[in-house]
Every structure is written in C-alpha cells, then in structure tokens.
Ligand binder design. Structure first.
Ligand code: SAM
Ligand code: SF4
Length: 374
C-alpha cells in the first residue's frame, strides 16, 4: 500500500463527513484484519504505584497534588499476575507514576518471579527511568516498554511536561534506547491536548511510522480539574485546536493502523470513558486489536485517578473480563491466546515482519522528524 503523505493524513484528520469517515474506518479495519487478524489481545493492567516525581500539567497523579498515594507490595503484584493467568490474559502491564521509591533491583526480582512462575509477557510503563534500570529489567525478563511521547511538538511538550530537576525530558531518545536494549516499544499520544493543532497531530502519526512502533496507545485528553491543563483549558490554538472527541480519536487510531499495519493498538480506557456505551467497540472497528482490562486491587483503583470518571473503575477484574469478552465476541472477533507481541501476533498472517536491522530507528537517526525532536 502506498505511504500516506502528510497532506493525506492532515486531510483525514480534518474530515468530518460521516460517509467519508466510514471509508477510512473500513480501510483501517481491513488493514488490521490482514496484518494482525481477528484476535483481540487482553493485557492485564496492574497499576503498582500512584507516587510520582513529575509535574505533568495534564495528569491527576502529578507530584504537586496532595492526595493519598499507594505502592503495592511484591505479594500483591504477584497475586495480580496470577489472576491474569487465571483470566486467560497473555500479558501483564506493570504501570506506575514515575516513582523512584520503586527500587530497581526489587522490581527486577518481581519480574523474574513472574517470568519464572507464569507464561505472561511483561510490559513496563514506569516513566523515564535510568538506562541501567531499563537494562536490569530487560535482563530480568521484561519484554516491552510503554512510553507515550504525548505530542511530537517540542514546544507543546515542554509546556505540559516540565523537566524533573535539571534533566530535560526526551522520550523519543528513550524509546530508541529501549529498542536497542531489545524491548518491544510502545508509545502514543493524547488527542485534544489544549494547544494541540491538526498539524501537530498529523506529525505525531508520522512519528509513529518513523519509529516503527510495536504498540501505539491513543486516547482522548480528559481534563482533570485539579491540574494546570484542566483548570485552564484554552491554550490559544483557536480553530486549529484538535477536539478531544470520540471521532477525533477514532480517526487517529485508523490512520495509525494504516501507517503502522503490524502494530498492536489498544482500544483505550480513555476512549471508553468518553463513550461508555460502545467506545471500546468503535476502537476495535477502527483498527485497534487490544484491550487493557484493569487488574489493580479495588482499594487502589480510585487512588490511581489520572483523570476523573475513568471507565470500569467500580468493576472487579472478573466482571471486567466477562464484559470485555462478550463485547469482543459480539463483534465476531475472538480473544487472542499467548503473549500477543508484535511478532507473535502477525506470525499467523503470512506477513513477514521487517527485520530489526531494516526497521531499527537507530539507522534512521538523521531522519528530519527525529532531528526536530532532539
Ligand atoms: N507515569 C508513566 C508515564 O507517564 O509514562 C505511566 C503512567 S501515565 C498515568 C500513563 C499515561 O496516562 C500517560 O502517558 C498519558 O498519556 C495518560 N494520561 C495522563 N493524564 C491524562 C489525562 N488527563 N487524560 C488522558 N490521558 C492522560
Ligand atoms: Fe506522573 Fe506519568 Fe502522570 Fe506524568 S503522566 S504525572 S509521569 S503518572
């Protein structure tokens, strides 16, 4: 399939005619079917700590908020991993605020135990940690790392994601390091960040392609009233401001499927939050092939409030599991088995993955997009 040009991506992002958009979603759905099939992979999300050292202007966990915080014990995390196996999930996603109270060797031991006792793939989503920590966790058996770059526009990024101390944040550089360490890499953005223009979102989608991401998470920005962006949502983009609407997210998901046909794309909880009735299904019908049900124990879920009104926060993992399975089957799809990594997902679809050497972003260091971000 010919590569989408910048103008085409931008054109689709600005498109609002339902009949035209139906064609885009159908094309993305067909691309998904051809490259990763009808399986929907379930990744159990374990939110292991709500402590965070960062001050992201969008997030309810930012350090400045004085809210009750928690950090799960080793045994609680292992119990969630065992539950993931019982529920038939192939992956545990270990997520947290940027919490330096999560000591690197302690977590490495937890990862080793999960890998020794279960068949689960382990995905980490712990923010910006040191290269030696990332190396340690990879050696302990972690398979994947999720780190959204949030926006490819450096100015907007700096405005909403302040540095921690003197350390300038460069999530794109960190994704490169993760790839070199042998992780499958996932990134993504929020759609409708105050100040985000259509042009910026088109560049985000082009950067997904440049990085040849294994996973891409795209959800709407949801205003948290007790954060700088939630309290002061107008950032002057005027008519160029991207709305944080369901359709806007679905357009971004569909275009991402077209530019990253082999990637695993979740239909996100944030999407289900803006359309609690069938937002999840719409994501699956627009190119997505992953759900991420929450396994975090009930007492902690409400404390991991990155935005208000999160979907399914009151359901336990068993209820959530059967609800999601029903939704998948009603669409004529099925729950994927096994770890469902990029290469295992595409193995049965006669698509030869490009090799790490061919696709490695290390060789693409001097691409214009990456240079802009450095
Ligand atoms: N601390 C880690 C990090 O920042 O990568 C992982 C946890 S963080 C809560 C996971 C993601 O939540 C962020 O990458 C961001 O895209 C999303 N998020 C945070 N605040 C949000 C908001 N108000 N609306 C939508 N998504 C949000
Ligand atoms: Fe912390 Fe991640 Fe929230 Fe930023 S997005 S405040 S790093 S939890």
């Amino acid at each position: 399939m010919p590569r989408l040009t910048h103008e085409e991506i931008l054109g689709w992002l600005c498109e609002s005619r339902p009949s035209a958009l139906e064609q885009l979603f159908a094309r993305a759905d067909e691309t998904r079917r051809m490259h990763v099939g009808d399986a929907v992979h379930l990744r159990g999300l374990i939110e292991i700590s709500s402590y965070c050292a960062r001050q992201c202007h969008y997030c309810g966990l930012r350090a400045a908020r004085s809210i009750p915080r928690y950090r799960m014990t080793r045994e609680e995390i292992l119990q969630c991993a065992r539950q993931a196996v019982q529920l038939g999930f192939g992956t545990a996603v270990i997520q947290a605020g940027e919490d330096f109270g999560i000591e690197a060797e302690w977590l490495a031991e937890v990862i080793r135990t999960i890998k020794a006792e279960t068949p689960l793939a382990v995905t980490l989503s712990l923010g910006e940690r040191l290269p030696e920590e990332l190396q340690l966790w990879r050696s302990a058996g972690a398979d994947r790392y999720l780190l959204r770059f949030e926006t490819s526009n450096r100015e907007l990024y700096d405005a909403i994601h302040p540095p921690r101390g003197a350390v300038r944040s460069d999530r794109v550089a960190m994704l490169r390091e993760l790839l070199a360490l042998g992780y499958e890499i996932g990134s993504g953005v929020m759609v409708g960040i105050p100040g985000q223009t259509f042009e910026m979102l088109a560049r985000d989608i082009e950067l997904f392609e440049e990085l040849d991401l294994d996973m891409v998470g795209i959800g709407p920005f949801l205003a948290h009233p007790d954060t700088p962006l939630g309290a002061e949502p107008d950032h002057g983009a005027g008519s160029e401001q991207v709305p944080s609407s369901e359709w806007m997210v679905l357009k971004a998901v569909a275009l991402t499927r077209l530019v990253c046909p082999e990637a695993n794309l979740p239909s996100t909880t944030a999407l289900a939050t803006i359309n609690t009735v069938d937002g999840r299904e719409h994501g699956l019908e627009s190119g997505a092939n992953v759900f991420m049900p929450v396994l975090t124990p009930a007492p902690y879920r409400k404390m991991y409030e990155i935005y208000p009104g999160k979907a399914c926060v009151d359901e336990d993992a068993t209820q959530c599991n059967s609800c999601l399975r029903n939704r998948i089957e009603l669409l004529g799809r099925y729950v994927g088995s096994g770890p469902g990594g990029r290469y295992t997902s595409i193995a049965s679809h006669n698509t030869q993955p490009s090799s790490r050497e061919q696709r490695g972003i290390i060789e693409k260091k001097d691409s214009p997009l990456l240079v802009v971000l450095q």
